[in-house]
Design a protein. Structure first.
Ligand code: SAM
Length: 295
C-alpha cells in the first residue's frame, strides 16, 4: 500500500463522478476508498455510514476497476436530518426532517448500484453473521452506543490483514473511536492518516467477540483520557491536536466545565490557526461546556 503516503496525488486519477457527487468526505478519502476497493480480495466490503453515496461510489468504482462484482454492503438510516446534514444537501432534496434519501443515493450510484447491497435503517439493529470482512469503512460512530454496537458486531468478523478506516477518529467530537483503537491496539497496526478525518489500520489479529465488546463509556474518566493519549502516540502528528481537543469533549461528557474550558484554551494556544477547521471544534465545545452550568 505504498500509494497511501501520496494519496493526494491519486485524486486526479479518480473517475469524475466520484469527485462530483455531493458528500461529507474529502477527495483524498475518496481516493483512499477507491484504491482499497480496487485491491480487495474475496472478503466482504462493509461501509457503515454511506449518506448519499460519495463513499459508496468511491468503493464501487474501485471494485469495478478490478472487475469484481461486490457487493459493497452499505449501511445508513438514509433519512434527512436537519441537524446532522447541515447544508450538504442544499438544492438536492426537500430539507424536511425525515425525507427519504434512498432515491438520491440510487441516482448518485447510477449503474454502479448493481455492486451495492443497501441496508437501510438503524445500524444498532443490524446483524452481521459473516462472511469475513476484508475492508471496513466506518463513518457512523457518532455516539458511544453506536460505536460499541458496531465494534462488537463487525470487528470479530475481520479477517487477518483486513483494512479498517476509522473516518470519525481524527475529530474533536468522537473520543470513543480513538479509545476503541487504543483498547484494541494489540489487534490493529496504524497505516496512515488521510485528511480530513480518517485513520487507516491493518487488522493484525482479529479480536474475539469478547475482546470487541468494550464498555468505554463506563470506564473512569482518567482511563478514558489515557486511552485517547495512547492512540495519540500511535498516530500521525498532524492528527494529534484533534485528539487533544477530543479530551475536552470527554470532560464535557463528565460534566467538568472548568477542565473542558481549560483544555480547549490550551489546544487553541498551542495550534493557533495552523490547523484547518479546528476552530469549529473550539466553538462547539465552548458552547457545550458553557451549557453545563445552565439549569
Ligand atoms: C458523516 S455521514 C456519512 C458520510 C458519507 N460517508 C459520505 O461519503 O458522504 C454519517 C451518516 O451516518 C448515518 N447514521 C448515523 N447514525 C446512524 C445509525 N444509528 N444508523 C444508521 N445510520 C446512521 C447518518 O444517517 C449519516 O448519513
Amino acid at each position: 500500500m505504498e500509494w497511501l503516503a501520496d494519496i493526494d496525488d491519486e485524486v486526479g486519477e479518480l473517475p469524475r463522478a466520484v469527485l462530483e457527487v455531493r458528500g461529507m468526505i474529502s477527495y483524498e478519502e475518496r481516493a483512499l476508498l477507491h484504491h482499497l476497493a480496487a485491491e480487495v480480495g474475496d472478503g466482504a466490503i462493509v461501509e457503515l455510514g454511506c449518506f448519499v453515496g460519495a463513499s459508496t461510489l468511491a468503493l464501487a468504482t474501485g471494485l469495478a476497476a478490478q472487475g469484481a462484482k461486490g457487493p459493497v454492503h452499505a449501511y445508513d438510516l438514509l433519512r434527512f436530518d436537519e441537524y446532522g446534514m447541515g447544508g450538504y444537501l442544499d438544492g438536492l432534496v426537500e430539507p424536511v426532517q425525515g425525507t427519504d434519501l434512498v432515491p438520491l443515493f440510487k441516482k448518485h450510484l447510477g449503474a454502479y448500484i448493481d455492486l451495492v447491497e443497501l441496508h437501510v435503517g438503524d445500524v444498532n439493529r443490524a446483524p452481521w453473521d459473516g462472511p469475513g470482512i476484508e475492508l471496513l469503512f466506518i463513518d457512523i460512530a457518532k455516539s458511544w452506543r453506536t460505536n460499541r454496537y458496531i465494534t462488537k458486531t463487525f470487528f470479530p468478523w475481520l479477517v487477518p490483514g483486513a483494512v479498517v478506516v476509522q473516518q470519525d477518529l481524527v475529530h474533536w467530537e468522537f473520543p470513543w473511536v480513538a479509545m476503541t483503537m487504543a483498547a484494541l491496539s494489540d489487534h490493529f497496526e496504524p497505516l496512515g492518516f488521510v485528511p480530513f478525518g480518517s485513520m487507516v489500520y491493518r487488522c493484525t489479529r482479529p479480536p474475539t467477540k469478547d475482546d470487541a465488546d468494550l464498555d468505554l463509556r463506563g470506564m473512569p474518566l482518567q482511563q478514558q483520557l489515557d486511552l485517547v493519549s495512547a492512540e495519540q502516540d500511535r498516530i500521525d502528528e498532524r492528527a494529534r491536536p484533534w485528539l487533544e481537543l477530543a479530551k475536552a469533549n470527554l470532560y464535557v461528557h463528565a460534566g467538568d466545565q472548568d477542565l473542558a474550558l481549560s483544555t480547549i484554551e490550551k489546544v487553541e494556544a498551542a495550534v493557533g490557526e495552523s490547523v484547518q477547521w479546528i476552530e469549529v471544534g473550539f466553538q462547539r465545545l465552548r458552547e457545550r461546556a458553557s451549557a453545563l452550568g445552565q439549569p
